[in-house]
Design a protein around this ligand. Structure first.
Ligand code: DQQ
Length: 589
């Protein structure tokens, strides 16, 4: 019999429900119902806690680690400081499980510093499931007794426990030490491994030497004894360390995902993605390209090299870092998680008692153009859809703002499709050398105006619009093509002035035959997570309104362009709270 500690129970009825829920779990039956959430996002003291984005009960969280699907259960581990709302020098792997990636049960920490090879922190890593889905291995970075970075292996104590509650560190640890040409404190974040046609496992690890960022390849026959490949698998100059490399195949056609070990030799079916988190920029960049295996020589060659300019491809042009994907065997899809950090001060985080949330898990696949990836919130979030309001075929005249009433605008999923007519009349802009982020921040007489756009949404807005986070598009005619600009402007997101209110933005290609442009935005108290042009462009921001809180938050659609825009359709759903259970010695804010 295991014991449970339940904190912050508001009433006896909830306690009974939770006990019943855990009793059923303990007896091996899968149930979909979760107990009522214990922390209320609408609490006066906690207006910025989210309702349906993943976050720990309290304290600091950063990178998602080792997401996986195992024996009917989704697992998310994450970098966590259990002692404070700030990053620390004893980072652990916290652990939560879910049946649907939306409702979660927080478990005890899975991996904590305890041995010479990880005594100063257990940093990021990944899971690989071996032996036909029966044996999950975790490779993670340990900060050892000398503060050097090494890679370690952990396996479940009891692989038949679908919750994988307890983990054992292997006696062979560390299984990788910084090789020659790699800095001792810049060697970290092993990826999910893949199996080559020669029966050997491969894994990549992020590293740095001088200003060069490197991704280093290792081989192993047994997953325990690893041999380094002395040639970098992938490298970029003047970038600094490559954190959290993620390397995986994507199908050329279709939205399904494939296992990381999918036949890597077949270029007719798959392309490869290398994602790097560059610490120097705190952004996640991805490269599409070829995975080459020529005898002993293996590398990844990107179609387009890193330029260090705004034309490099990113998963998200706002706040989104240290992301990790996994192949979901249950639904044949690849799912991406990313860490979304705060935009308030460390002092604010200490006061709130927490910092860091995860993005909504996103399904990810290759766009039909083959030139970029598409990301879309997993279908399961629709389970949280509550009251719906719709608008269709409504004209938005130049300078107009239309309120979307009848929903809880502080926790909403909204999708709007605008009709683009007369794209030929778009104003001229040569995007070469123009920084989209600066263009997004430009305001003429307080409100931008162009021919087609800006048009979009005002999220987490106060009734008088003094507070608003505006997510919008503007369309331009460029040399030989049309381009869209997508922006998320946080400059008026709060009356508070002690916040990072950087405006985010990017250019993207518009197909001239395209008649509509869509924007889906997930609003959740302090996060505005947007998917533009059917998920080809994502921008996530963190905002902390002082007026537009809970029931005082409003949602508007607007058009500041000269040309009338038609809302072809708009659907908005108030979102229910995700249900969160607690097991083990977990305490809440
Ligand atoms: N976070 C981890 C590192 C990783 C970094 C430490 C990325 O392993 O490189 O918490 O955010």
């Amino acid at each position: 019999m295991f014991s449970f500690t339940i904190f912050m129970m508001k009433n006896f009825a909830t306690l009974i429900l939770l006990a019943l829920f855990l009793f059923i779990l303990q007896n091996g039956n899968r149930i979909e119902a979760f107990p009522d959430r214990i922390i209320s996002s609408s609490s006066i003291n906690q207006p910025y806690r989210t309702s349906y984005h993943f976050q720990p009960p309290k304290n600091w969280m950063n990178d998602p680690n080792a997401p996986m699907y195992y024996k009917g259960v989704y697992h998310l581990f994450y970098q966590h400081n259990p002692y404070a709302a700030t990053f620390g020098d004893r980072i652990v792997w916290a652990h939560s499980v879910s049946y649907d990636l939306i409702n979660w049960i927080h478990l005890n920490n899975a991996i904590e510093p305890s041995e010479p090879f990880d005594i100063n922190s257990c940093w990021s890593g990944s899971a690989t499931i071996l032996e036909g889905g029966e044996k999950p291995f975790i490779l993670y970075t340990g900060i050892d007794e000398n503060k050097h970075q090494v890679q370690n292996l952990a396996i479940p104590k009891n692989a038949s426990d679908p919750f994988l509650r307890e983990w054992i560190k292997l006696p062979q640890n560390p299984v990788m030490k910084p090789p020659i040409g790699v800095e001792l404190n810049n060697f970290r974040d092993p990826s999910t491994a893949w199996l080559g046609n020669d029966g050997k496992w491969r894994v990549v690890v992020g590293a740095q030497n001088g200003d060069q960022g490197k991704v280093i390849l290792y081989h192993s026959k047994d997953f325990v004894d690893w041999k380094v490949d002395s040639r970098p698998f992938f490298a970029t100059d003047n970038t600094g360390v490559c954190e959290c490399p993620d390397f995986f195949p994507v199908l050329i056609k279709g939205e399904n995902g494939v296992d990381t070990s999918f036949d890597h030799q077949d270029p007719n079916f798959v392309r490869h993605v290398m994602k790097i988190s560059y610490l120097s920029r705190l952004h996640d960049y991805y490269f599409l390209g070829n995975y080459n295996v020529f005898g002993d020589n293996e590398n990844f060659v990107p179609d387009i090299k890193f330029t260090g300019t705004s034309s490099d491809l990113r998963y998200d042009y706002g706040k989104f870092y240290a992301s990790k994907s996994f192949f979901d065997y249950a639904k044949n899809r690849r799912i991406l998680w990313g860490w979304v950090n705060e935009s308030d001060s460390t002092q604010d985080d200490i006061q709130k008692g927490w910092a860091g949330i995860q993005s909504i898990p996103r399904q990810i696949w290759l766009d039909k153009s083959g030139k970029r990836l598409v990301q879309w919130p997993i279908e399961e979030i629709e389970k949280l859809h509550d009251k719906q309001v719709s608008i269709s075929k409504e004209n938005l005249l130049s300078g107009s703002t239309l309120q979307v009433s009848g929903i809880i605008a502080s926790q909403v999923d909204v999708e709007v499709v605008f009709e683009i007519s007369e794209v030929e009349s778009a104003e001229w802009l040569d995007p070469k050398g123009v920084d989209p982020q600066i263009l997004c921040s430009k305001k003429e007489d307080g409100s931008r105006s162009g021919k087609i756009g800006p048009f979009g949404l005002l999220a987490l807005a106060s009734e008088d619009l003094r507070e608003q986070t505006s997510v919008f598009f503007q369309i331009y005619k460029a040399p030989n093509r049309y381009v869209g600009l997508m922006c998320s402007d946080q400059s008026r997101s709060s009356l508070r002035d002690d916040l990072d209110k950087t405006t985010y933005g990017t250019f993207f290609d518009i197909d001239p035959t395209q008649k509509t442009i869509s924007l889906r935005t997930l609003i959740d108290h302090s996060i505005v997570e947007s998917f533009g042009d059917e998920g080809r462009i994502c921008i996530t921001s963190r905002v902390y309104p002082s007026l537009a809180i809970d029931k005082n938050a409003h949602l508007f659609v607007f058009n500041n362009g000269i040309q009338t825009m038609q809302i072809s359709k708009l659907n908005a759903w108030s979102m229910k709270q995700a249900q969160i259970g607690y097991e083990g010695n977990i305490s809440c804010v």
